[in-house]
Design a protein around this ligand. Structure first.
Ligand SMILES: Nc1ncnc2c1ncn2[C@@H]1O[C@H](COP(=O)(O)OP(=O)(O)OP(=O)(O)O)[C@@H](O)[C@H]1O
Length: 338
């Protein structure tokens, strides 16, 4: 099937060819019809620039953008059939909710009855039919963002672009709105691309998560495949891994604290098959149901979720990293060397 959006070696430099920066650098990406894709990465990695290039607000300085299989690199935003939701809601304050949602429909020269019907359906989809005559200023932030979402899906866009739409909301509401966003996307079947720096949001929402670093793609895939097998240290750290060790014969690895097995140094060998290392306990944090035990292993440090409270700083320990839990990492080349 033709992807709804395809980026083909897309790059964007700001500030001239010599001294400028590459905000996005040779990005290849396909967004499948009906999927939820998230662009994830730290501040400055090029997420927003990528989204704005898909929308047509920014022109790439290299590569091509295809929408529905056709080259749209030079197509202006208003001819791309794209729905957008911004962090700042961007609603018209003087218009009713219905008129806000109807705005894009009227711009498409639909008949009055069709405009009313589709605006009504869109408000119903986000649970705001009862407030259709109100103005945005009378609504909470979460409700305003629902209106923005209704407005963006009402035009039945080829692709819905969401630029950190939940980051203005408080933590509890943000989690609720994630569910809401996913429900609306599933019910309408709209193809969605969301920008976020929040890994939990990306893990929860994505069919495909795309992790960017300094304008380049580090890893992409189903969260259920990416999370247990980060490709390199950058991705692993970004996803919250904290144990990074060099295992003799294996090289750089990471492993989640709940998979590291500790036992007193003198204990007979046994337990899971894996790399065995000698360590010294450096710190113990009591957490009720378990302890977090930090240990020095050569020049590295490893944290273990340990079921008991039987270790103290200075204890010599046997650290077992079960083979099937080890994630072998590729070295990340320094950005300047790529
Ligand atoms: N209009 C511009 N002029 C100059 N540099 C820019 C411009 N827009 C973006 N950049 C630079 O491009 C890089 C990527 O920016 P971008 O906004 O795409 O990142 P981001 O991942 O969305 O970050 P954030 O999460 O902070 O919004 C940054 O180094 C940024 O400073």
């Amino acid at each position: 099937m033709t992807p709804v959006v395809r980026l083909d070696g897309v790059g964007r430099r700001f500030g001239g060819a010599k001294n400028g920066v590459a905000a996005v650098d040779g990005l290849d990406l396909s967004v499948e019809r009906g999927s939820f894709t998230t662009l994830l990465g730290p501040s400055g990695c090029g997420k927003t620039t990528t989204l704005r290039m898909i929308a047509g607000f920014i022109r790439p300085t290299s590569g091509r953008i295809l929408l529905e299989g056709a080259d749209a690199t030079a197509t202006p935003p208003e001819r791309r059939n794209i729905g957008m939701v911004f962090q700042s809601y961007a609603l018209f304050p003087h218009m009713s909710l219905t008129d806000n949602v109807a705005f894009g429909l009227r711009a498409r020269r639909l008949g009055a009855a069709e405009v009313q019907r589709r605006a009504g359906e869109a408000l119903e989809l986000v649970g705001l039919s009862h407030a259709a005559g109100r103005k945005p200023g009378e609504l909470s932030g979460g409700q305003q963002q629902r209106v923005a979402l209704a407005r963006a899906v009402a035009i039945e866009p080829s692709v819905l672009l969401l630029d950190e739409p939940l980051s203005n909301l408080d933590a509890r509401l943000r989690v609720q709105m994630r569910q809401e966003l996913l429900r609306v996307q599933r019910e309408t079947g709209v193809t969605a691309v969301l920008v976020t720096h929040d890994q939990d949001e990306a893990l929860q929402l994505s069919d495909t998560m795309v992790i960017l670093n300094e304008g380049r793609l580090e890893q992409e895939g189903d969260p259920r495949e990416v999370f247990p097998a980060p490709a390199n240290r950058f991705v692993a750290e970004f996803l919250g891994y904290e144990n990074f060790l060099d295992v003799p014969g294996t090289g750089p690895v990471t492993i989640r604290p709940e998979h590291v097995v500790l036992s007193p140094a003198g204990d007979a060998a046994g337990g899971p098959d894996g790399a065995e290392l000698a360590g010294t306990v450096t710190d113990v944090t009591y957490q009720g149901s378990h302890c977090l035990v930090g240990a020095a292993v050569g020049a590295d440090r490893v944290t273990s979720v340990h079921p008991g409270d039987d270790f103290r700083p200075g204890d010599a320990v046997r650290v077992v990293l079960p083979r099937h839990r080890l994630v072998v990492l590729a070295e990340t080349a320094p950005a300047g060397a790529r």
